[in-house]
Ligand binder design. Structure first.
Ligand SMILES: [Zn+2]
Ligand SMILES: [Zn+2]
Length: 161
């Protein structure tokens, strides 16, 4: 990781090894793009977005980031990187080398990815709360039936003599 002769896939500038929110990254001073390992991404987004988590709801809007569109060469192994929408969203396109598991994140995209990530968490939480509520209602219903059934056992037919 220390032999950073890796260059920025956008502008050819040198990538500096460093840490961003305790996550090891390679950073381009020229364009502010960043290279991060695939398995470190969530930790980075989480660390970056704790402050905004409370201000995001499940309907928060995301401003789409324009993507230059061309496929990039991996700064390490020089093969073409795949590009795909982050979390299935078309708002942010990130580039990934399947061999080195590097992700290239263009300047400004990290912020948008934080919003998408936290919004997904919020949506999940909303769903889980709804599911819990449904279970609770079912329990109440079952309890009601149980009480009613218990009462029926006390029902006595009036003997008509
Ligand atoms: Zn750059
Ligand atoms: Zn590579």
């Amino acid at each position: 990781m220390s032999d950073s002769n890796a260059v920025c896939p956008r502008d050819g500038g040198n990538l500096d090894d460093g840490h961003f929110h305790d996550t090891p990254v390679r950073h381009c001073k020229t364009c502010d793009g960043v290279l991060v390992k695939q398995n470190q991404l969530v930790a980075l987004l989480l660390a970056m977005s704790t402050d905004i988590a409370d201000h995001i709801d499940e309907d928060s809007e995301v401003t789409p980031m324009p993507d230059p569109g061309d496929r990039l060469d991996c700064p390490e192994c020089k093969t073409k990187m795949d590009s795909y929408g982050y979390m299935g969203s078309s708002a942010v396109t990130i580039d990934c080398c399947q061999q080195c598991l590097w992700l290239w994140i263009d300047p400004g995209e990290l912020g948008t990815m934080c919003v998408i990530y936290q919004r997904a968490n919020k949506r999940l939480a909303v769903k889980q709360t709804a599911a819990k509520q449904m279970t609770r209602n079912l329990e109440k219903l079952d309890l009601g039936m149980a009480v009613q059934n218990a009462l029926w056992t006390r029902f006595q037919l009036i003997d008509l003599l």
